[in-house]
Design a protein around this ligand. Structure first.
Ligand code: ATP
Length: 360
């Protein structure tokens, strides 16, 4: 397997910059998700890596070797990059058995029968499909077909595995099972994996790091818990996880990365983005509150009106209006009436610059 380096990659379709000056360093064995809304450039970035698209500018390297660099007239073809690719359509051959589907790339390479059989058995074992070797793809579930596609890319011993929304065709229950299958696959193979998805919960569940993309740019690349707890800008705060971002005034920077802010009549303590704390203006400060940051406490001074109450199993999610256009999602352990006044205690929050990244 290999590390991957992208340096200032740009790809235009006509006048439109689908990928705009993207730089990324992915470590050997890392599982990275490319996450973002439809049309943000995720698939184009994956296709650039695979070699199906040629960048207009910048450089792509795999394991220290340059794969694409228009400035240096280098463009290595997809078949010479030795990358495994898994699409949302499984692309299995219907007339071949599972084993032959998995082994076909080895057949094409002219590998001996015994070596083929050994590698097929190993790959099927990793995706837990050994007993299905002699079935045809039509006799498998969607999740099993996707695992055959994974096994097929594994036999090639690729330098990295690229996955383009591989679970998009599966139902919700199967998606969760397959997330576990991908994690097991990653653990057992140590493969470098790049996983494209627009589903934040999928990215959060699997990836070591997530690159959040928007309009051809990478807005933030970090571990899932960092993106959730410390979003760099409004787009990331809104796209990753539930919660609300409220404009706040009266930010007083304290010690240890904390600050106090005014929310209605209450003063609350929150964590503050270092860039903001380092003396930049706090005029555009926003407070990101996740549902678990706010507790319903009857006599708390911050008051709000319940607009909505949904049972989630084990707890309720309330929508509480605390100002004309300020609504917070909050978890509660009792049902609340619509229109009921509740007290809210804010236990944590993240203050950042709401305008950060807007020039991008
Ligand atoms: N071959 C092409 N020719 C022209 N425009 C293209 C081409 N491929 C992609 N685009 C445009 O580039 C932008 C990025 O497309 P891309 O497929 O990378 O987005 P995405 O983030 O993968 O979206 P989705 O989640 O919907 O698949 C879109 O506006 C798309 O219309």
């Amino acid at each position: 397997m290999a590390d991957i380096n992208l340096s200032r990659i740009t790809k235009c379709f006509g006048d439109y910059r689908a990928v705009n000056q993207v730089s990324l360093d992915i470590a050997d064995g890392e599982f990275v998700a490319l996450l973002g809304p439809s049309g943000c450039g995720k698939t184009t970035l994956l296709r650039l890596l695979a070699g199906f698209e040629e960048p207009d500018h910048g450089q792509i390297s795999l394991g220290g070797q340059i794969m694409a660099s228009p400035e240096n007239n280098v463009m290595i073809s997809p078949e010479d990059r030795n990358l495994g690719i898994v699409f949302q359509s499984y692309a299995l051959w219907p007339h071949m058995t599972v084993a032959r589907n998995v082994g076909y790339p080895l057949e094409v390479r002219g590998l001996g029968r015994a070596d083929q059989d050994r590698k097929i058995a190993e790959a099927l074992d990793i995706v837990a499909l050994g007993p299905y070797a002699n079935r045809s793809p039509s006799e498998l579930s969607g999740g099993q077909r996707q695992r055959v596609a994974l096994a097929r890319c594994l036999v090639m011993e690729p330098r990295a595995v690229l996955l383009d929304e591989p679970l998009a065709n599966l139902d919700v229950h199967l998606r969760e099972t397959m997330q576990q299958a991908f994690l097991d696959f990653h653990r057992r193979t140590g493969a470098t994996m790049i996983y494209v998805t627009h589903d934040q919960s999928e990215a959060m569940a699997m990836a070591d790091r997530i690159a959040v993309m928007d309009k051809g740019h990478i807005r933030q690349m970090a571990a899932p818990e960092t993106l959730y707890r410390e979003p760099a800008d409004l787009m990331v705060a809104g796209f990753v996880g539930a919660g609300a971002v409220l404009p706040v005034q009266g930010v007083t920077v304290g010690s240890n990365g904390n600050c106090s802010v005014q929310l209605g009549q209450s003063s609350i303590t929150a964590r503050i983005c270092p860039k903001l704390a380092d003396g930049l203006t706090t005029a555009n400060a926003g407070l990101c509150l996740r549902p678990e940051d706010v507790w319903v406490i009857d006599d708390a001074p911050l008051r709000g009106q319940v607009d909505d109450c949904v049972y989630l199993g084990g707890r309720f999610r309330l929508s509480v209006r605390i100002g004309a256009d300020q609504t917070l999602p909050v978890y509660a352990n009792r049902r609340a009436r619509i229109g009921e006044q509740v007290g809210l205690q804010v236990n944590d929050g993240w203050v950042f610059d709401r305008m950060s990244g807007e020039a991008a």
